[in-house]
Write a protein that binds this ligand. Sequence first.
Ligand SMILES: [Zn+2]
Length: 248
Amino acid sequence: MTAAGARSLHSSPALLVRAIDMGEADRRVTFFTREAGVVVTVGKSAWRSRKRFGGTLQRYVLLDISWSESPGRMSVLSSAALSESFWPVVEEWERVRHADYLLEMAVELFPQAGPKPRAFEILLKGIRSIATGEPPAETARRVEGAFLALGGWGPHLTGCRRCGRAEMGRYRFLPSEGGILCEACPPGGGTPISLGAVKTWRVLQTGKGCATGRLRIPCRIVEELRGIMSGYVEYCIGKPVRSLGGSS
Ligand SMILES: [Zn+2]
């Protein structure tokens, strides 16, 4: 018997994204991790061992996990320890669906393997904000703004994408343009967006919107940006997001 390749061991802070049963004893568990991005592991029958996992494999908790990788095989989860819990998330359905949305966004926007320290930090702060009672729709806009900027999707918000005119009272947002247009420039269509909403989105792009001690976003701006930002996230992912069920 020859070894198929070196088995390597890894560990990272992680958030559980989803768990799917595979047969009688195994379960496929997907995590978003700081050190390796998306990690899909199979929890062998040991999954059932409360001694080993202590009932920690749940959503809305920060975990420290370790797993082993072998070439050509699924990664195997070897341990999971609770680091911080965000249980207040499960107290309200709006919190649950928005927390799920943040997790889904992280996995869909940053699917490449490799360390994801900034995306992980944005995600973690978002889940923590929802758990500590920030309005979930507001948290979602902060995380959308930071994720999109981090991933290089922009959008371009300093002025009309075509003619460059800036600081006008109203623009239109077109996902296909990756930014805003004035009333005059082609193509037509898009969603009207106020200068206030554009300015707010610019702040969210800097990531400062996710810092502690941040400014609150006025409700009407959150409401205005709701469909526009989630729609742009879906445009960048290339498919509808499931967790918000079509409307955020
Ligand atoms: Zn223009």
